[in-house]
Each structure stands twice: as structure tokens, then as C-alpha cells.
Design a protein around this ligand. Structure first.
Ligand SMILES: Nc1ncnc2c1ncn2[C@@H]1O[C@H](COP(=O)(O)OP(=O)(O)OP(=O)(O)O)[C@@H](O)[C@H]1O
Length: 203
């Protein structure tokens, strides 16, 4: 289980974004996080993925407390995949960073051989997001934090990507925290949805 207990975070000299937040995701469960712009969703995403230390509270993944040593079992996927890749590397090198993904993953995401020799600027945003997802599904990955991962994509690509993500996570028992301000999307893909309320606490 991925479990956050009493999390609190504020940026320096700012008010608390959240101050006593409990959240748990079971293996294979898809949990939606819905909230208004600026509520603190992306900040929470970075904390859950271990990139940012909370001011209070703690997080456990499979009974191990953060910070995690070695390859992180919780992988973060961002809205803008271009921010998650080295623009000077070709896609083949980006993909194999931290281990070469299985062929079945590349096939599932429809990643074409010819894209591997291109730079990130030479493929579309949707194609780049497929690479970032394939890279995130390492053998050690247990949870995915999906922060508005299809917001910038057209409806058809959005549906294709989510279908593939859900197929893989179901097969592997991977849990997802799906963050979005698109309640319609969350209702389609999630087992349950939680939201920040006026007091910036989870309902
Ligand atoms: N590095 C930072 N330093 C100070 N304040 C920040 C920093 N990053 C974000 N903030 C502020 O913290 C608040 C929460 O930001 P965050 O990006 O987590 O919200 P969000 O719910 O993901 O919003 P959106 O849906 O618009 O992406 C915002 O008011 C934002 O301006």
C-alpha cells in the first residue's frame, strides 16, 4: 500500500497548502485526485513521488518509509513530458535510461522503431508521453502518480493512452493516483475520487 499520514506542506513564507492530509492507495487501485487550479495537486504529486519533502507527516510504500533508497517504486508522470526528458538525447537513449523497457511495453504504447533515433523536439507531445510512460513502468514500479498526463492531448490519444495504462497497471497490480481537473475523465478511469475541500483537506 502507498500511504500518506498527516501530510503538511507550505512553500517558504507561504500558507499551508494542506496541513493534515491522509491518503492511501492499494495495489492495483486507481484513485482520482480532483481539485481547483492552485489547490496544491502538483505539489502533492511531487511529495508522493519522493521529489519533495513534506513539512510534516510521512509516507510509506509497501511498509518502507520515505526517503526511499535506490530506484523509486513510485514513478511520477507529468503533464508536460518535454520537462521530463533531456532535449539533447535521442529517444532511444532516453528510453533506456535506468534499464531497457520490455518490447511488449513499447508495443503496447505504439512506440515505433523510427522514433528511437529522433530527438524529443522531433516527435509529438503524445508520442513523447508514450515514451515517458514506457520508461516509468520499470519492473520495480508499484505506483504511478499521473499528474494531468493527457491534458494536452486530443480526445482519441487521451483514450488510447489511458486504455494502455489501465491494462498494464491491472496486469501488474500497480496503483495509480490520477490527478486532474477533468472530473469526466476521472469518473471514467478511477475506482474512487477524492478532492481538496475549501480547507485544503481531503474529503
Ligand atoms: N516553487 C514554488 N514556490 C512557491 N509557491 C509555489 C511553488 N510552486 C507552486 N507554488 C504555489 O503553490 C500553489 C499550489 O501549486 P500547485 O502547482 O501544487 O497547484 P495545482 O493544484 O497543481 O494547480 P494546477 O491545477 O493549476 O496545476 C499555487 O498557489 C502555486 O502558485
Amino acid at each position: 500500500m502507498l500511504k500518506a499520514n498527516g501530510l503538511g506542506y507550505h512553500y517558504p513564507y507561504k500558507n499551508w497548502l494542506f496541513h493534515k492530509l491522509d491518503l492511501s492507495i492499494h495495489p492495483g487501485e486507481v484513485v482520482g485526485l480532483y481539485g481547483e487550479s492552485g489547490a496544491g495537486k502538483s505539489t502533492l504529486a511531487r511529495i508522493m513521488a519522493g521529489f519533495l519533502k513534506p513539512n510534516r507527516g510521512n509516507i510509506m510504500v509497501e511498509n518502507e518509509q520515505y526517503p526511499i533508497k535506490g530506484v523509486h517504486p513510485v514513478q511520477l508522470i507529468l503533464q508536460h513530458p518535454e520537462k521530463a526528458v533531456n532535449p539533447r538525447w535521442r529517444m532511444g537513449k532516453i528510453l533506456s535510461e535506468g534499464g531497457i523497457p520490455e518490447d511488449s511495453l513499447l508495443k503496447a504504447f505504439g512506440i515505433q522503431e523510427e522514433w528511437l533515433s529522433r530527438f524529443p523536439s522531433e516527435i509529438s507531445g503524445g508520442e513523447l508521453q508514450r515514451f515517458c510512460l514506457a520508461r516509468a513502468f520499470k519492473p520495480t514500479t508499484k505506483y504511478l502518480i499521473a499528474d494531468e498526463i493527457t491534458t494536452m492531448l486530443d480526445a482519441v490519444t487521451q483514450a488510447q493512452i489511458w486504455q494502455t495504462v489501465l491494462e498494464i497497471t491491472r496486469q501488474r497490480g500497480i496503483g495509480i493516483l490520477a490527478i486532474s481537473h477533468d472530473l469526466y475523465l476521472l469518473k471514467r478511469v478511477c475506482d474512487r475520487i477524492i478532492q481538496f475541500n475549501d480547507k485544503q483537506e481531503l474529503l
